[in-house]
Design a protein around this ligand. Structure first.
Ligand code: DGP
Length: 121
């Protein structure tokens, strides 16, 4: 899909509204429109990347930054583990259709605020 048609590129450009939580020159974070938990946030790169399946070595720092931003937002949202490792959250990349990827612009799910189970569905 071209950037001009990508829903997440439109959100970054402000053409589609979103509940923004964080933005810098590299990434944008906003609440998922269809939350699967009390906290469900998406962290996306401003660069249009289809997903982990097309990730290039030059984007390694960018993906690392996405995790650091996710960690900070989890702390702000009050779901980060405490010193006894209580609470917690899940960070997920769905990679491809079999994994449940429906939007083909790289996004890191930050999901928390309830007890998780394993394995995921
Ligand atoms: P995935 O299934 O991993 O591709 O996740 C895509 C997520 O994107 C899904 O949880 C719903 C969310 N989503 C799709 N369209 C929109 C939108 O227009 N706004 C917001 N806030 N989230 C969206």
């Amino acid at each position: 899909m071209e950037e001009k048609d990508c829903i997440f590129c439109k959100i970054i450009r402000g053409e589609v509204p979103s509940q923004k939580l964080y933005e810098d020159d590299k990434v944008y974070a906003f609440r998922d429109i269809n939350p699967v938990a009390p906290v469900h946030i998406l962290i996306i790169p401003k660069k249009h990347i289809v997903g982990i399946q097309t990730l290039e070595e030059e984007d390694e720092c960018l993906v690392g930054h996405m995790f650091t931003v996710a960690k900070k937002i989890a702390q702000q949202e009050g779901i980060a583990p405490d010193e006894d490792l209580n609470r917690g959250y899940r960070l997920v990349f769905n990679v491809g259709k079999d994994a449940g990827q429906t939007v083909f612009h790289l996004h890191l799910h930050l999901i928390g605020g309830r007890q998780m189970s394993w394995p995921p569905g």
